[in-house]
Design a protein around this ligand. Structure first.
Ligand code: FE2
Ligand code: FE2
Length: 344
């Protein structure tokens, strides 16, 4: 499970990272700090810091594609405020339930969501959980953090003040579905970093949301082509823009200071088997993404007889068709219930 050496990039990437201070000290849980793009911190002298200092990116992305991304999207979005606060707190060793409670309770909608989540079927606790502190204790810091990140990420799917239309709803539904699917696949295969898998699932297609915001008309055409011609997003986007949403996703993951494995997993999510030393995380994402397509969660559908069990990802995880069907069954039940938490 190694990772390849990163790509060295110069001026164009620096433009994306404009305003960012040089790496200084340690970051948060997933290797990112909680303060977002402008005040990002990294462990001094660490391998990750070195990679960032040389402006690294997965080798799927070349200089030309970055220039195109910048010319289309301009500045990439910063970490949403609540998510940034949560990352900061969970990344600190001495964070208490009370600290977390303070940040969450300032957002009544998030508080209500977390309480609902704690009482949802996914967790199936015997007793009713009615206080925020109890919810944090039973769900755990990481799950509460994922919830906050998921809830605040919704804003990235729609322009301020604009309507959450059908396209946005389907993109959002797919992200939440894949995030929950990743958590379930992780649970099934005994992959410990369930919440990392959740976040990767949540943000793997964030590039679609960004494109839909910055070039809505063009993206409408792309969606139409995908839908009518049964082609993949990556295919149509490359044809019309010269890059695809996985490039934007990887740039955002990098900008938000996610750890390298997460950046690469997002960068390669359409052809994980092409990634040298592809990780378990990449396989989890691929399986969950595919199961969601089987379920019709989002805009793309999997073909019948899709032979998922024969794919690199399912074989890597040792998941046969029976196990995949079982995961899908669990996900269908959970998603129906959890949809309510995410305004879907
Ligand atoms: Fe994708
Ligand atoms: Fe996807």
């Amino acid at each position: 499970m190694g990772s390849r050496s990163p790509n060295h990039l110069g001026d164009s990437l620096r433009k994306i990272r404009a305003g960012r201070e040089p790496a200084r000290k340690t970051g948060g849980v997933w290797g990112f700090s909680g303060e977002g793009f402008d005040r990002m911190t990294m462990p001094e002298g660490s391998e990750a810091a070195t990679k960032r200092e040389i402006h690294s990116l997965p080798s799927t992305i070349n200089e030309d594609q970055i220039k195109r991304v910048i010319s289309v999207t301009g500045n990439l979005p910063p970490v949403p405020h609540v998510a940034a606060k949560m990352m900061e707190l969970v990344g600190k060793e001495d964070t208490s339930v009370r600290d977390l409670q303070k940040v969450i309770s300032a957002d009544p909608a998030l508080t209500a969501r977390i309480l609902k989540m704690a009482n949802s079927v996914f967790y199936s606790f015997d007793q009713k959980i009615s206080t925020l502190s109890h919810a944090i204790v039973v769900l755990g810091f990481r799950a509460v953090q994922s919830m906050a990140i998921a809830a605040s990420s919704r804003s990235l799917f729609v322009k301020k003040g604009a309507q959450f239309g059908l396209k946005e709803k389907l993109l959002w539904e797919h992200s939440i579905g894949v995030a929950m699917g990743c958590r379930q696949v992780a649970r099934t295969v005994g992959y410990e970093a369930e919440e990392t898998a959740f976040i990767v699932g949540l943000l793997h297609d964030i590039g679609k949301a960004v494109l839909n915001q910055v070039v809505p008309k063009k993206y409408g055409k792309i969606v139409e082509k995908v839908y009518n011609e049964g082609r993949s997003f990556a295919d149509v986007e490359t044809e019309m823009l010269g890059f695809d949403h996985s490039h934007i996703g990887a740039l955002i993951a990098q900008k938000w200071n996610f750890d390298w494995e997460m950046v690469e997993t997002i960068a390669y999510h359409h052809r994980p088997e092409a990634e040298e030393g592809a990780s378990t995380l990449a396989a989890i994402l691929a399986v969950s993404n595919h199961i969601c397509k089987r379920m019709g969660v989002g805009l793309e559908k999997a073909p019948e007889n899709d032979q998922l069990a024969e794919s690199w990802a399912a074989r890597t995880l040792g998941l046969e068709e029976g196990a995949l069907v079982e995961i899908q069954g669990i996900l269908e039940g959970v998603l129906e219930e959890e949809k309510k938490l995410y305004d879907m």
